[in-house]
Design a protein around this ligand. Sequence first.
Ligand code: ADP
Ligand code: MG
Length: 241
Amino acid sequence: MPCLTGEGGALLEFDGITLRLGDFTLHADMRIAPERRVAVIGPSGAGKSTLLALVAGFLAPEAGRLLWQGVDITQEPPGARPVAMIFQEGNLFPHLSVYENVALGVNPALKLGAGEKARVMRALERVSLGGMEARKPAQLSGGQQSRAALARALVQDRPILALDEPFAALGPALKVEMLDLVREIADERRATVLMVSHDPQDARRFAEEVIVVAEGHAAPPRETAEIFADPPEALRDYLGG
Ligand code: ADP
Ligand code: MG
């Protein structure tokens, strides 16, 4: 894999992107500054998951380019992208142990050398799952399952974390705990984070910037405090009142 982190800032650019899914069209023309924590918010069906799938390489645009540090990655397959993704659900394989679920992030064939095994154990420690590596996902609480999914993203060691409503199933206290953990980890690793949420409070708590996706348009990121202080129409409609 090419070296995807480096000096000088790792800018993610959506250059005139048009992506079609049946009748639905997503447009994005914007830049995400290096090492930023960005919330992606907007109504259901607006295209938030589509935007993340585009970044992760699961969907291809019909026009435009996606650039990372100035390099066109539009044609790169998901495994070659600088992106680790966590989905809303289905992140863990129920028949595999916690260790194996995380190890998949290093090697899908689960053949790991000693150094790689140590990396998996370190990631589990980092998310406070040390000692639980032999358990199956069903033997974990919801919060612990989220931590296991996060550990798998960590071992991939990619500079962009794409999180598609990963903590939507957690209660408020656990969700706040996970958001804080992701923020700490993102800071440690100087990662760029794109996190979809339908909860504006998540954006306020977690994100430095907000992208509003509405009616198939992803608007350029704006500073969180500023956008909530003076919301554009699409955000006002979404927030209501
Ligand atoms: P969000 O995550 O904001 O709720 P999505 O990105 O999942 O929205 O979906 C955006 C739009 O694309 C929706 O209107 C959805 O119905 C449509 N869509 C999603 N997947 C497909 C598909 N495979 N074929 C056609 N339309 C799709
Ligand atoms: Mg979605």
